[in-house]
Design a protein around this ligand. Structure first.
Ligand code: PLP
Length: 384
């Protein structure tokens, strides 16, 4: 099998897997208890918080463990907008993940206005647009650091300073970026940042929200005193430990991985071009390493996905078909992919386990499938 859907989830880092095992089988004590049996777990959480903080340039007390990216996004948006009860607005973008978009719909239903900024053809949120829309009514700006479908990296530093000049909080959904590109929250100056372990070779169902010291946020879960009293629930020690090890290992090799993945991207693109396949590359080649979003002319992305699946290749698509019509993803719509290409969108997302052999095979199989499909359509037309 060739797994090329690393933006959906990634294989767990071996060392991270090893590191979490003792906290399931041996040191399984509840970290909230004060007897000595719980000491190992407590110490492990402290160390994990420190490791994660170091990886993103934060302080340990600014890292709050959550159940993943979705929870972190929900917390950042609801926790800041619902805090005072004043009906102030949120500004976000049209290409956010549904963890943000659907959270925004919820706050809209509660009466909090939301502005959705459009993006340009590469998927970039123009800072000038934010400047036009932001006002004294705005409370929060939430713009993702890197897009999950097309890999576009946003000018976060610039967007964040506009928010701050206007007295607003700035949150970034960095779920696709953490562990893949260098992140320093002090340089970015963001107030909140969401991350999810399974996107950087950690376990599923664990993540964190960075909350800058001094930022006032409504507790996400009420209950015990865990996570400095604002996110209750018995800590998932094993997954917290594994998340920290996975992030540390990814960050250690971040530059090497970046170069290798860009090399693989170039091979794939040049093989498809050599084969004279008609496609558009969405997003920018300067985006997330390994994220290759392609729209093929006059073919169905779903068909490509299933044909590749039969060959043991996992990728994802930018559309979903039902019996009546093909639904194009909101991101592909927002960047304005031409009508004869949009249905044929595939996302190939490479990770550290992928090789040159993998991308050559993907390019080769895609070429064969598209050529055979075109020939069938041609023969069908003649027969009619
Ligand atoms: N935000 C982005 C940009 C994502 O890509 C994802 C997952 O695909 C999420 C949020 C949700 O993260 P999780 O799967 O950890 O809930």
């Amino acid at each position: 099998m060739i797994y090329a859907d690393n933006a959906a989830t990634s294989r767990m880092d071996n060392e991270a897997f090893e590191a979490m095992m003792p906290f399931l089988l041996e040191d399984f004590g509840n970290a909230a208890q004060s007897y000595s049996f719980s000491r190992a777990g407590k110490k492990a959480i402290k160390q994990a918080r420190l490791t994660i903080a170091e990886c993103i340039g934060a302080l340990p007390e600014e890292i709050y463990f959550t159940s993943g990216g979705t929870e972190s996004d929900n917390w950042a948006v609801k926790g800041s907008t619902l805090l005072s009860g004043e009906l102030r607005e949120t500004i976000t973008s049209e290409i956010e993940h549904h963890a943000i978009l659907n959270t925004c719909q919820t706050i809209e239903r509660l009466g909090f206005p939301v502005i959705y900024l459009p993006v340009d053809r590469l998927g970039v949120v123009k800072p000038s647009l934010l400047r036009d829309k932001i006002s004294s009514k705005t409370k929060l700006v939430s713009i993702m650091l890197a897009n999950n479908e097309i890999g576009t990296v946003q000018p976060i530093q610039e967007l964040c300073s506009i928010a701050h000049e206007n007295g607003c909080l700035f949150h970034t959904d960095a779920v696709q970026a953490v562990g893949h590109i260098e992140i320093d929250v002090k340089k970015l100056k963001v107030d909140m940042l969401s991350a999810s372990a399974h996107k950087f070779n950690g376990p599923k169902g664990i993540g964190f929200l960075y909350i800058k010291k001094g930022t006032n946020l409504l507790p996400y879960l009420d209950g015990g005193a865990q996570e400095f009293g604002i996110r209750a629930g018995t800590e998932n020690i094993a997954f917290i430990v594994a998340m920290a090890v996975a992030l540390r290992n990814n960050v250690k090799h971040i530059n090497h991985s970046f170069i290798e993945l860009k090399k693989l991207e170039n091979i794939l693109i040049s093989e498809l071009s050599k084969a004279k396949i008609d496609f558009i590359r969405n997003g920018s080649s300067l985006g997330l390493p390994g994220n290759i979003n392609l729209s093929f002319r006059d073919v169905e992305g779903e068909m490509l996905l299933h044909r590749l699946d039969l060959l043991g290749i996992c990728v994802s698509t930018g559309s979903a078909c039902n019996s009546k019509k093909t639904q194009i993803s909101h991101v592909i719509k927002a960047i304005g992919v031409p009508a004869d290409y949009e249905k044929g969108t595939l996302r190939i997302s490479l990770g550290k386990d992928n090789s040159e052999h993998d991308v050559l095979r993907i390019a080769n199989e895609l070429t064969r499938i598209i050529d055979s499909f075109k020939n069938t359509v041609f023969v069908d037309k003649i027969n009619k």
